[in-house]
Design a protein around this ligand. Structure first.
Ligand code: ADE
Ligand code: ZN
Length: 338
């Protein structure tokens, strides 16, 4: 093989399916926006912000993450945030993104839903035109808030549903099972939206079952705890339900102590449709390319497994079948020439 793994990973066309746009807020942009908007943040330098990013679990991260989002105020801020992510993704040869946004993080602070949507969607359109990156937008509900609040968020979103492709579920998992949102997801599906949900990150396999049976999700975000339930694994394999796995996130949030202990290779070898994603790259120390390379090294993934992971991301995407086939041919061409 003339291409080494670092080159191969850099070259291969990618799709990113698990990315919170608020989680791409780099400390530099956070400082810049705090200044631009006259918002006080509890840090005086970029270094101080980076030092604060030591997490013990999901909640310890979420507390810092929601506080950081306070600098996002105007449509331009959401545009700048999103476009900066797309430029970074283009450098990793990402060709398609399906990104999450959390309107409630912003509407709770008095920012209008439309300000958030216009800013993010406008940047995605600009990224498609200027960087050639296609996109889908997924609106997530914060599961630590009530089902009524999620329903009110859906109400404000439905007039703009042509710009949304799916709804999702994120934030504090344990104690907030998918079943809490059955009615909200029913309504979203009735309106023609697809569904996904975070499940089995910190929560039990039962939450993955609920996401499938009650929320009718097309993909499970994370899902790494499925291995605790062999019947569930069999079902996920048979139905080829994609798992959007985020290796560096899982280590930062202590789902696994080290990357060497991550179960991604086991999931893949069990025949699950596993994909690699960055989740909140500004907080977890790496974008999608870093996730691929570090997990390849930690788990000794060979070229064939990398090819499967890269193909899976397109297969699991919400793109039309002919686009999926075209992207997969491009993935295969890189591996054939490696
Ligand atoms: N919001 C942003 N990142 C998240 C994660 N990894 N799990 C749940 N909610 C999130
Ligand atoms: Zn996530």
């Amino acid at each position: 093989m003339t291409m080494d793994f670092a080159e191969l990973i850099k070259e291969v066309p990618k799709a990113e399916l698990h990315l919170h746009i608020e989680g791409t807020l780099e400390p530099e942009l956070m400082m810049q926006l705090a200044k631009r908007n006259g918002i006080r943040i509890p840090y005086t330098s970029v270094e101080e912000i980076r030092q604060a990013y030591e997490f013990t679990d999901l909640q310890s991260f979420l507390d810092i993450y929601y506080a950081g989002a306070a600098v996002l105020q105007t449509q331009q801020d959401f545009h700048d945030l999103t476009y900066a992510y797309l430029e970074r993704a283009a450098a990793d040869n990402v060709r398609h993104v399906e990104i999450f946004f959390d309107p409630q993080t912003h509407t709770e602070r008095g920012i209008e839903f439309i300000t958030v949507l216009d800013g993010i969607h406008g940047a995605l359109e600009a990224g498609k035109a200027q960087l050639g990156i296609t996109f889908r937008l997924i609106m997530c509900f914060l599961r630590h808030l009530s089902a009524d609040e999620a329903m009110a968020t859906l109400d404000s979103a439905l007039p703009h549903k042509s710009r949304l492709h799916a709804v999702g579920l994120d934030s504090s998992e344990v104690g907030n099972p998918p079943s809490k949102f059955t009615g909200v997801f029913d309504r979203a599906r009735d309106a023609g939206l697809l569904t996904v949900a975070h499940a089995g990150e910190e929560g039990p396999p039962e939450y993955i079952r609920e996401a499938l049976d009650l929320l009718r999700v097309a993909r499970i975000d994370h899902g790494v705890r499925c291995l605790e339930d062999s019947a569930l694994v069999e079902r996920l394999v048979v139905e080829q339900i994609p798992l959007t796995v985020c290796p560096l996130s899982n280590v930062k949030l202590r789902v696994f102590d080290t990357l060497e202990q991550h179960n991604l290779r086991t999931l893949l070898d069990a025949g699950l449709c596993v994909t690699v994603n960055s989740d909140d790259p500004a907080y977890f120390g790496g974008y999608i390319g870093d996730n691929f390379l570090q997990v390849q090294q930690a788990l000794g993934l060979d070229a064939s497994r990398l090819q499967t992971l890269a193909r899976n991301a397109f297969t699991a995407s919400f793109l039309p079948q002919d686009d999926i086939a075209r992207h997969i041919s491009a993935v295969d061409a890189v591996f054939d020439s490696a």
